[in-house]
Design a protein around this ligand. Structure first.
Ligand code: CDP
Ligand code: CDP
Length: 211
């Protein structure tokens, strides 16, 4: 029986997974892995090298040789890398190449928090706690727009909304590891929850699972 506190946090783009996962990890003293960064790194590397993003074999080879110790690159956080990530994330070869790293992170003796799209369904179906974070597409697009505007970027809400919808459709519609809640996931709709309220709701779920 596994007693380590492994926490899987999944959900669509800009639902607030990362913000929540970081706070949860700090609160429970657990290591945190943003699995989206892995897909972003593969997408960006493929694009930089002029590799066709629809080529499963070539993008799979890039995922296989990915240096997972150098992922915190600021350039991976942007919208363009998110789009590249979701295009390479449809390939089984890419997903398989990234699985072992994620699973061994999740299997740490002290526990771990991972966020992504398929943590509760594929990477870590045995996770002690699974949380599926959602919010309406409009709320998520508004948050992204505000986030970018705060950084001084010139952004258009309607365009961000279209991008969010496109990414949702690709992530939920793909054949392999589509975005969907695990049957035993706790749904956390943050459409009307601020960061603090979402964090408190997640802690209540986690504390119950630990009791
Ligand atoms: O990781 P993910 O793409 O799911 O989202 P995020 O980067 O954690 O959050 C996207 C934006 O929404 C950030 O600017 C957060 O500060 C904001 N946010 C919010 O306003 N309310 C929440 N309950 C969660 C996040
Ligand atoms: O922060 P945001 O939610 O916008 O994106 P992300 O979590 O960094 O993920 C970028 C893209 O990588 C997603 O749109 C998915 O296509 C893919 N991804 C995935 O397929 N599986 C994961 N576990 C994490 C990300």
């Amino acid at each position: 029986m596994t007693t380590a506190l492994t926490i899987a946090i999944d959900g669509p783009a800009a639902a607030g997974k990362g913000t929540l996962a970081k706070r949860v990890a700090a609160h429970y003293g657990l290591p945190y892995l943003d699995t989206g960064l892995l897909y972003r790194a593969v997408g960006k590397l493929a694009d930089d090298r002029g590799v066709d993003l629809d080529d499963a074999e070539a993008t799979g080879a890039i995922a296989t040789e990915l240096d997972t110790s150098h992922l915190d690159d600021g350039s991976l956080r942007g919208r363009e890398a998110g789009e590249l990530a979701s295009r390479v994330a449809v390939h089984g070869a890419v997903r398989t190449a990234l699985t072992e790293f994620q699973r061994s992170f999740a299997a740490r003796a002290e526990g771990a928090v991972l966020d992504g799209r398929d943590i509760g369904t594929v990477i870590c179906p045995q996770a002690r706690v699974k949380i599926f974070v959602t919010a309406s597409a409009e709320v998520r697009a508004r948050r992204r727009t505000d986030e970018l505007a705060a950084k001084g970027r010139d952004v258009d809400y309607e365009r961000i909304l279209a991008e969010v919808r496109e990414r949702d459709a690709r992530d939920a519609g793909r054949a392999i590891a589509p975005l969907r809640p695990a049957p035993d996931a706790h749904l956390l709709d943050t459409s009307e929850l601020g960061i603090e309220a979402a964090f408190q709701a997640a802690c209540a779920v986690i504390d119950r699972a630990m009791a």
